[in-house]
Ligand binder design. Sequence first.
Ligand SMILES: [Ca+2]
Ligand SMILES: [Ca+2]
Ligand SMILES: [Ca+2]
Length: 576
Amino acid sequence: MNKIRLYSLLLALAMLLSACAAGGTEESGESSAPSGSEQTEPGPSDATEPNQPQDTALQVMEALNGKLTPSGLDDKYRSYYEIFVYSFYDSDGDGVGDLQGVIEKLDYINDGDPDTNTDLGATGIWLMPVNPSPTYHKYDVKDYTDIDPEYGTLDDFKALLDACHERGIRVIMDLVMNHTSSQHPWFTKAVEYLKTLEPGAEPDLTACPYVGYYNFSREKKSATSYQVEGTEWYYEAPFWSEMPDLDLSCVAVRSELATIAEYWLDFGVDGFRLDAAKEFYSGDPESNIAFLSWFNGVVKEKNPDAYIVAEVWNDLNTYASYYRSGIDSVFNFSFGDSNGTIAKVVKGSSPASAYGAAIENAQAAFAAASDTYIDAPFYTNHDMGRSAGYYPGDYTENQVKLALALNLTMSGASFTYYGEELGMKGAGKDENKRAPMYWSEDPEAPGMTDGPKDMGTVNMIFESQDRQAENGNSILNFTIEALKIRNSIPAVSHGVADMVESLSTDKVCVLTKTFDNESVTLVYNISPEPQTVDVSSLDLKSVTAALVTTAESPTLNNGKLTLPMYSVAVLSNTNI
Ligand SMILES: [Ca+2]
Ligand SMILES: [Ca+2]
Ligand SMILES: [Ca+2]
């Protein structure tokens, strides 16, 4: 038994004893009715009342969040789940995850039924690359209009899109435009042609247009220039010799990319995650923004409702400027990773108020670049060590949960990397960050993948998905509740945030968020002790929703809000 559960148990016992001492005769709703009893009226001590002792954090959360219903908004402010298909779920027993496997696990991602509470409730999926590729990660594409045979077929992909759309899930695919695989026919044909040239001869683009697709030159321009074997020609490949960089100024390349985007939009894809946008023109953000502006025009002309989010792994002010391109979203990198705002605040190396200040700062930077920006908050992704490794010490599980809450209560389109909802481990080399989804402790259980070949040993510290589903104190159930709040309260997912500075401290952050004339106040206790906040100045009527990491409930009495350790309360200024 871990410390938290022991603590919860002791607390429940203490409250039971004090209830007995006070002459209370309350019984829990579940045990009061013998099985087969005709009596269905709940007793006076309905266990769903807030402020009652509960057995699990989930019971506390369900007591408050159980009355929430999906907002019904069907816009671009979605809750995305990032899937690495290779390591997700294997439908045919070859050890490699596949598209049919994703279809089989849609009931886990979102079962399409708002009345059930067993699914994550994600409303979007970001699929990491699914196009044919020689590598396990598939970020080097050799055919942009097909599906990698390891993952399935175009028919499988169509079936996945249809099944997702039936459940209200939109699907965006990773589009890798900075480079191709060295095995892409564009590159192999260009190389073949260059090998036929006499030394000193100029290439004839009418004989081989593909020479114009890449950055070929006779000089070795940088440490990442590679020689075409047996020729005087070099090509640029900043990431890896087998990922030659496309020349995105080439009119023919742009025409190819437009055709590819249109092809997938026609196919039913709902948008794109654009890989490595910072490197389109390395060191030249203005050219990257101009390229994105062009690409956004191509996509939106085809489908104005399509969603585009770009990866610009840079400092806040630089990636904020990319909103000038008109694309919907740019990943909000400054909040993610082990040294980002969320982890620093949760570790206590930054004050809790730094979270609110960073949100206000990011909002201002984005709004200065675009009035239609949609923030894309995330916390970890496939390039980062997983969260469970960020918090050594006595409160790892509480901190992993609270970090998820800080991410998932941010406005915009949120992104959750697969397995983070379980607190999976994985750091160091990239393969370890992309380990098999931990469905079961049994590596032979149905659907379990083998993971990337060069993956090291990754030792999980939290339970597998099948166990967490049954555990009322699990990270999984916490995440489900966080997503429920996100999907149910538009001010949480869409609101403009304003930190209440007079109440925000090193341990508590108080944010008011407003959307469409509705306001909520979010109070975060980012500390291992209970905190009491005098919110009387805010005229709040009730605790609308909460995320707790122990089986204790927040209480609001006479304008004083008491929050248990590492927890979040959502307060409303109306009686509900
Ligand atoms: Ca498979
Ligand atoms: Ca459901
Ligand atoms: Ca480039």
